[in-house]
Design a binder for this molecule. Structure first.
Ligand SMILES: [Zn+2]
Ligand SMILES: [Zn+2]
Length: 195
């Protein structure tokens, strides 16, 4: 058995419960979470084939790790497509072998689970904001936001110097992407004027 699971639990993003996903969608997100975050892999997509979603992930020797999501293949295709459209999942397609396109799915929401050497969420919530901005948690999250925004202001699309602004501090230390917005200095200033 090459079971690489480090713990017998895995993290789920809190935000999936605010998105009003249906049971099929939650089952698929949970399955991907188990096979990525359950292995402490927060940044990478997992190549999970439709067959594996349906019948279980395969070890390299071909045996199955589990029984899959338990949803029929046609339903699965619809659910995956919807989750990608809702920005709950990231989809990367590898076209290097045109005969067999490979799909990689990863979870796009609440991906900010702190690294093990990071401050606990409670500290992240209470430390002075200046100090917070120096943490690994924020530095990683900030870079992800900039990448997601294509290194452009999300209001006026300009490139160059960019700020990552908190739309809400409510989830500080455990932010969802929707809590943040990437702004150029200009839009950032306007944004703060309005408040
Ligand atoms: Zn702007
Ligand atoms: Zn701001």
């Amino acid at each position: 058995m090459s079971d690489k699971l480090i713990t017998n639990w895995f993290k789920m993003p809190n935000s999936i419960f605010s998105l009003e996903l249906d049971a099929y969608q939650i089952a698929v997100v949970a399955y991907i979470a188990r096979h990525t975050w359950g292995f402490q892999e927060y940044d990478t997509g997992k190549k999970i084939t439709l067959d594996e979603f349906e019948h279980g992930r395969k070890y390299s020797d071909g045996s199955r790790m589990d029984n899959g999501v338990g949803i029929s293949r046609s339903k699965l295709s619809t659910v995956l497509k919807t989750l990608v459209e809702l920005n709950v999942l990231n989809l990367e397609t590898d076209y290097s072998d045109l005969a067999r396109k490979k799909h990689y799915y990863s979870i796009a929401i609440g991906e900010t689970a702190p690294a093990e050497n990071n401050a606990p969420i409670q500290d992240l919530r209470t430390m002075p904001y200046r100090e917070y901005l120096q943490t690994d948690h924020w530095q990683v999250l900030r870079k992800r936001m900039l990448k997601r925004a294509g290194y452009r202001c999300q209001l006026c699309n300009v490139e160059g110097r960019l700020h990552v602004h908190h739309r809400t501090y409510e989830n500080r230390g455990n932010e969802s992407y929707s809590d943040l917005i990437v702004l150029c200095p200009n839009c950032h200033a306007k944004h703060h004027d309005k408040i």
